[in-house]
Ligand binder design. Structure first.
Ligand SMILES: Cc1ncc(C[n+]2csc(CCOP(=O)(O)OP(=O)(O)O)c2C)c(N)n1
Ligand SMILES: [Mg+2]
Length: 892
């Protein structure tokens, strides 16, 4: 076979193609698109059987998914909506330009909203329904960098004052300002969802939509047609989280979910895919994941040209260009467009012959055409059986002209010169004269202007304003004393781990009258690891379709029971997805007015270490609930080694301001913390959440002695007094979590072998001690004339004699950071370094946190104080069997 015949086996006659196309058209006309689709599908199957190797493609042509003839009528006043949008564009630009005039480099983004304005305005005027008493409302994740546009709209709506606009990005100014991006922590009555760490919001939106279904299937909220909308950047889709859960959305048939990807083909540095086509790439990814994909690429001006193109040449040409070329076309003249786009084929040139260059330059893209956007949104809202993604083509920095439209630098554009401002003003018809406009004043038409009236009327029709956040749930009333009481009694010698104790509490909470139904257990395929499998049967695993199969273990007591009203969210191996469920459940008190209480239990090393940014977002969102770091502690988790053994998470937890982190040793400590947590979050409405580490080391759980609840919550209490307090040699030992047992053993060795009387303290939270110490110090500094306050830890240790030694299963920095509020020098033992695959005893020896090393540290401290001879320490090293030349665990 020569080369020529290889590449062109048969030249298909144009007539033949034409005949096929015409017969398809006639089927379309006579029987409609469904029949046409069926025929094509049959043809494809027939071809496959005949041995024709059809290449797989999840792509459709580079054209609008909804053809012009199927577009619904645009229901709004297009001209008025354009004017309103122009005013919002102006104010969004003004707030950034003004802020940067006042304070150089304060930042802000103009070009993101400029490209997305139509996408948002069609939503605001026709789709986004507000939350109200009667209806839960739609949930909208706004693209973080488009925030100026949302503020500018709220300003026109009269919800944000000119002063706030003036103080965009200068939140600490008198009278308040506006946060750079959506942050519920900073603007709790406005923003609902933090979206600016890119990639988080698409994943959170998917799990939010799924959680909404969960609430419905469990009968906790009525079934509604409320939608979850997520607005994303095309560059943002490169974040692995963005597309990481899209198959969940289709598997769960989430037709309450709509993604809108603003495909301006640019990100911060330059084109998203200069050498490719991001839209086609996304289309195939989403179609492959069985999403309904709607491409909105071309504006109405293209329709008559497409109509004239009976041969499909234009659509073919549209699919030929790479994004880098499209970006160039956007910034080029009409003559350039004619030559470089249509000029590839004389027949194409003929198609646009009647159009002047100016008209070619003004051929709009789909994402800037409200009619096209409306059609796409309407189709998305009406679509049933699965999620929809809208890929809307836009221009980054639309309307900025020479100041940045479509340029690679446009993302960073914050300043416009006088000429550029005047041009922008003229282009969007802002009623400001040449002199006034260079001052970039905010502009709001009078209250009775038709613009404001229209805008208000549209929002009224959609139930009110959005975004808007409010706490809609009623506080819990019960104290739950009865619920937790039994756990204060200890295990009566039975060896249990804190994980088992926690699971016992969870089981009891699930049966509670008030909170039972509200509890949402979340596991990332680790329920068996934590001994929670009994819950599979008792409360069931949530499945939107129930259980379509007979589980293999149906004859066992604890079979794998999936149910439509199942309570457990068994997310599979996705800590990020589980965290997104945690966020949805932990913020339902605001989103839905429902006090769901999430308990997300996971392998602690795969929590902060892996998904800290989601935890940060949860904090920002004022999410409530309990994170449980399971199999925690670098030496308590035996065997697993370097990757699993967690000695880090309590240090990482320090960085989250509203997170309370505890490392309890005993069941009663856990019970006290849980009971108080539920009270503070769900009764008192505090914007806090909890991180509690639970271990898998079994030991007898003691009963609670005396009134130690307050100490447990504040971070430490004296667990056991020294047996012989009169002794000359004294010490205070601090232990946490499972290492507390090593400390108790050391207390005994010190007493019996070395005559040292040591008190033992259970330190339940170094973070609490640290926060209290800092706050006390700060208060004293700010109130020098008043009686100085004393940190809690200093008060505890005021009369505690002897040397100080702390040991935990985490980094030494935890005890070290509170040592400055201790009366004397502290020796800290911890687990800095890489873990090992080993048993507990060997691990504790390796990391030097076992009872022998605690004993040694105590003796050495006494020696340093001149209380005992060095020879005693030397001898102890030998007697305790410690190798002084062993490897340093910190870096070995
Ligand atoms: C996780 C994360 N990484 C980086 C950034 C910084 N950043 C902000 S916007 C941006 C570019 C956004 O491009 P795109 O998603 O296409 O949005 P567009 O502005 O073009 O609509 C970058 C890199 C961020 N906000 N979050
Ligand atoms: Mg982009």
């Amino acid at each position: 076979m020569d080369n020529e015949t290889f590449t062109h086996p048969h030249r298909i006659e144009d007539v033949e193609i034409q005949e096929w196309l015409e017969s398809l058209d006639s089927v379309l006309d006579s029987s409609g698109p469904e029949v046409a689709a069926e025929i094509l599908e049959r043809l494809r199957a027939h071809a496959t059987v005949a041995g024709i190797d059809l290449p797989f493609s999840a792509n459709t042509p580079y054209a609008n998914t909804i053809p012009a003839r199927l577009e619904p009528l645009f229901p709004g006043d297009q001209e008025l909506e354009r004017r309103i949008k122009s005013l919002i564009r102006w104010n969004a630009l003004a707030m950034v330009v003004r802020a940067n005039r006042v304070e150089h480099n304060i930042g802000g983004h103009i070009s993101t909203y400029a490209s997305a304005a139509t996408l948002y305005e069609v939503g605001f005027n026709h789709f986004f329904r507000a939350r109200s008493e009667e209806f839960e409302g739609d949930t909208v994740y706004f693209q973080g960098h488009a925030a100026p546009g949302m503020y500018a709209r709220a300003f026109l709506e009269g919800r944000i004052s000119p002063q706030q606009l003036e103080n965009f990005r200068r939140e600490l100014k008198p009278g308040g300002g506006l946060s750079s991006y959506p942050h519920p922590w900073l603007m709790p009555n406005f923003w609902e969802f933090p979206t600016v760490s890119m990639g988080l919001s698409p994943l959170m939106a998917i799990y939010q939509a799924r959680f909404n279904r969960y609430l419905e299937d469990r009968g906790l909220k009525p079934v509604t047609d409320a939608k979850v909308w997520a607005f994303l950047g095309d560059g943002e889709t490169d974040e692995p989280e963005s597309l990481g859960a899209i198959t969940l959305a289709s598997r769960e048939k989430l037709d309450n979910l709509i993604f809108v990807v603003n495909c301006n083909l640019q990100r911060l540095d330059g084109p998203v895919r200069g050498n490719g086509q991001i839209i086609q790439e996304l289309e195939s990814a989403f179609r492959g994941a069985r999403w309904n994909v709607i491409k909105v690429l071309w504006g109405s001006e293209w329709d008559p040209i497409l109509e004239r193109d009976t041969e499909g040449l234009l659509v073919k040409r549209m699919g030929e260009l790479v994004d880098g070329e499209y970006q160039k076309l956007v910034v080029s003249s009409g003559a350039y467009v004619r030559e470089h786009f249509f000029g590839s084929d004389p027949r194409l040139l003929q198609l646009v012959e009647p159009l002047p260059d100016e008209a070619l330059r003004r051929l709009r893209l789909g994402g800037h055409d409200p009619r096209k956007v409306y059609a796409a949104y309407k189709a998305a809202v009406d679509h049933q059986g699965g999620p929809t993604v809208i890929l809307a083509r836009t221009i980054k920095g639309y309307g900025l002209g020479e100041a940045g439209e479509g340029k690679n630098v446009t993302h960073q554009q914050k300043k416009l010169n006088e000429e550029e401002l005047r041009e922008f003003r003229s282009r969007f018809g802002i009623p400001l004269n040449d002199d006034d406009c260079v001052e970039v004043p905010f502009y709001r038409p009078a209250e009775d202007s038709i613009e404001i009236q229209y805008l208000r009327a549209r929002r009224e029709a959609l139930g009110g304003y959005t975004p808007k956040r409010s706490v809609r749930s009623k506080p819990l009333v019960a104290d739950h004393d009865e619920l937790f009481k039994e756990f204060f009694d200890g295990s009566e010698g039975r060896e249990v781990s804190t994980t088992m104790a926690f699971v016992g509490m969870l089981r009891k909470m699930l049966k509670d009258q008030e909170i039972g139904k509200m509890v949402v257990p979340i596991v990332p395929d680790e329920a068996r690891t934590f001994g929670m499998e009994s819950l599979f049967r008792t409360v069931g695993i949530y499945s939107s379709v129930g259980q379509k199969y007979e589980p293999v273990d149906v004859n066992t007591l604890l079979y794998y029971k999936e149910a439509k009203d199942g309570q457990i969210l068994e997310e599979g191996i996705t800590e990020a997805g589980s965290m997104a469920s945690f966020i949805a459940a932990g913020s339902a008190y605001a989103t839905h007015g429902i006090n769901t209480i999430p308990f997300f239990i996971y392998y602690s090393m795969f929590g902060f270490q892996r998904i800290a940014d989601f935890i940060w977002a949860a904090a920002d969102m004022r999410t409530r609930g309990f994170l449980l770091g399971g199999t925690s502690g670098r030496t308590t988790l035996s065997g697993e080694g370097l990757q699993h053994q967690d000695g880090n998470s309590h240090v990482l937890a320090l960085s989250v301001p509203n997170l309370r982190a505890y490392d309890p040793a005993f069941a009663y400590e856990m019970a006290v913390i849980l009971q108080d947590g539920i009270r503070r979050m769900y009764k008192d409405g505090e914007s806090i959440f909890y991180y509690i580490t639970v271990m898998n080391e079994p030991y007898a759980m003691p009963a609670m002695q005396g009134d130690v609840k307050d100490g447990i919550l504040k971070g430490m209490y004296r667990y056991r007094q020294a047996p012989t307090p009169k002794s000359k040699l004294r010490a205070q030992l601090f232990g946490s979590g499972a290492i507390l047992n090593e400390v108790l053993r050391a207390q005994e060795i010190l007493d019996t072998k070395y005559g040292v009387a040591a008190d033992v303290w259970s330190v339940t939270s170094y973070k609490e001690l640290y926060v209290d110490g800092n706050e006390t110090e700060r208060w004293n500094r700010l109130h020098p004339g008043e009686k100085a306050r004393i940190p809690y830890i200093s008060r505890c240790l005021a009369d505690a004699p002897g040397v100080l030694v702390a040991a935990s299963d985490y980094l030494k920095t935890l005890p070290n950071m509170v040592s400055k509020w201790m009366p004397r020098r502290l020796a800290s033992l911890g687990t800095d370094g890489f873990g090992r695959s080993e048993g507990r005893a060997s691990l504790r020896e390796f990391f030097e946190v076992d009872s022998r090393f605690i004993t040694l540290a105590t003796l050495y401290e006494l020696h340093t104080d001149g209380k005992i001879e060095g020879s005693v320490v030397d001898k102890a090293i030998k007697d305790l069997g410690i190798n002084p030349d062993k490897a340093n665990p910190v870096i070995s």
